[in-house]
Design a binder for this molecule. Structure first.
Ligand code: BGC
Length: 477
């Protein structure tokens, strides 16, 4: 029998650049993503976030949708350049007003806002000054964070500093698939260090004025060796150090993993005591983004980590090529507790891209693979809680189909379908299932184990009720 803790927080997540559109509205400064997508050839089909889900203009409808699904929380991110068009200096009040309206509308709908301060959209003006390579960014970020706290800490009770420092560095500075698109092994450890210093500086700033909670969001991928050989086991250990411990160890005062010097060689320098202390500011909660695991083998042709993924025969892979492996989520949540101690955990992202039918049929869109992924991972979260992990909430990635960064709009992670021609929103079956999970605090997961959710009378009738409510909602807007 599945039952989640009474106060368990059920929600969904998005990020600013992926959904908002209107990137330059109301005096906002351009971000590195705005530049990246407008550089020919860098994104699939040249797709951009110029319009995306038009959430900047449709946030009220989106909140009404969240409410009809019964979401209790909404994790969004703030586009720094709307607040400080040049990254530092002059504050653009009109940009802050947008997030204030968003937060007020959420609270009015009874939905708890979780605000992430940085989800990859660095003001372009700061990139011109070196971006994450300039150690000054710790102060730039703390000042921006301070402005957000000042205006909204009375209403936002849970803040996150960074979303996924590993992706920012690996995608932005090492492999170049993400903005700002650098490919430089010497830059990678510098960017990572400055990210963690900025994180620490923002937490410090929060302690001066903040009244609630602040945390960090990391993406964790448990690493398993492809064989029992020493070389594969070392490859898995290096991969784990690089992707997982590189950020969590310093954040929790354990210093940098010893593997870092081995991985980066001459590109690595040890952090000073002062840097380690700044990165280790105590946080109130930790956000875990979980999508998949990595089964790793030694591979000299894959520097700097010298490891590569091994495809698992018989496993299911999502449209982004990620193995569906829900036990990894249970293990990750338990591993964090074991290694870093008892800190409240939130699954701040978890979800899957699968090809969906192109259009909704009669207000309905079937996404059985995503439903299956969601059910498996929700049960995995429950298993972690049963095993002693202090998991306080779950945020589905993503509320809406959106711009999957350089992969464009074709990779759909939403539990709500978006027709990008008309901006029509249609909850997929995964949203309908999720809605019943929330309404029953997880109990429906015990009933539907192994069965297609559509076959479950309980879910079917709940879904019908929801469909009727949504019908009603659409007629109102
Ligand atoms: C990011 C999201 C992204 C998702 C799916 C996470 O790495 O935080 O912005 O869309 O994964 O790739």
């Amino acid at each position: 029998m599945i039952k989640f803790p009474d106060q368990f927080l059920w929600g969904a997540a998005t990020s600013a650049y992926q959904i908002e559109g209107s990137p330059l509205a109301d005096g906002a400064g351009p971000s590195i993503w705005h530049r990246f997508v407008h550089s020919p050839g860098l994104t699939a089909k040249g797709e951009t976030g110029d319009i995306a889900c038009d959430h900047y203009n449709r946030y009220r409808d989106d909140i009404a949708l969240m409410r009809s699904l019964g979401l209790q929380a909404y994790r969004f991110s703030v586009n720094w350049g709307r607040i400080f068009p040049d990254g530092t200096g002059r504050l653009n009040s009109a940009g802050l007003d947008f997030y204030e309206r968003l937060v007020d509308a959420l609270l009015e709908a009874g939905i708890e806002p979780l605000a992430t301060l940085y989800h990859w959209d660095l003001p372009a003006a700061l990139d011109d000054r070196g971006g994450w390579l300039n150690p000054e960014i710790a102060h730039w970020f703390a000042d921006y964070a301070g402005a957000m706290f000042e205006r909204l800490d009375g209403r936002v009770k849970r803040w996150a500093t960074l979303n996924e420092p590993w992706v920012i560095t690996d995608g932005g500075y090492l492999h170049g698939a993400l903005a700002p698109g650098h490919r430089n092994v010497f830059e990678a450890p510098i960017a990572s260090r400055n990210l963690m210093l900025a994180h620490g500086a923002a937490v410090q700033r929060y302690r001066q004025a903040g009244k609630h909670e602040i945390g960090l969001v990391v993406n964790i991928e448990p690493k398993y060796p492809a064989s029992e050989s020493d070389s594969d086991r070392n490859a898995a250990a290096r991969s784990d150090a690089y992707m997982n411990r590189q950020y969590l160890d310093p954040a929790f005062g354990l210093g940098c993993p010893t593997e870092m010097a081995e991985i980066f060689g001459p590109a690595w320098r040890d952090w000073t005591a002062e840097e380690l202390a700044l990165a280790a500011q105590p946080i109130d909660w930790l956000g875990i983004n979980y999508y998949t695991r990595g089964v790793m083998k030694h591979d000299d042709a894959k520097p700097p980590v010298r490891a590569d993924y091994v495809r698992q025969p018989g496993a299911t892979y999502t449209e982004t090529g990620w193995e569906v492996f829900e036990q990894g989520l249970t293990e990750t949540l338990l591993w964090v507790k074991e290694r870093y101690g008892d800190i409240p955990l939130y699954v701040t992202e978890n979800g899957s891209a699968f090809d969906d039918p192109p259009t909704a049929q009669g207000g309905r869109l079937e996404d059985p693979a995503r439903v299956d992924y969601l059910e498996r991972h929700l049960r995995a979260v429950h298993a972690a809680i049963a095993g002693g992990a202090d998991v306080r909430g779950y945020m589905a990635w993503s509320l809406l189909d959106n711009l999957e960064w350089s992969l464009g709009f074709s990779k759909r992670f939403g539990i709500v379908h978006i027709d990008f021609e008309t901006q029509q929103r249609t909850p997929k079956d995964s949203a309908r299932l999720y809605s019943t999970v929330i309404a029953s605090n997880g109990a429906v997961l015990s009933e539907s184990a192994g069965a297609a959710p559509r076959a479950e009378p309980g879910i079917a009738s709940a879904a019908e009720k929801l469909a009727a409510a949504l019908e009603h909602h659409h007629h109102h807007h």
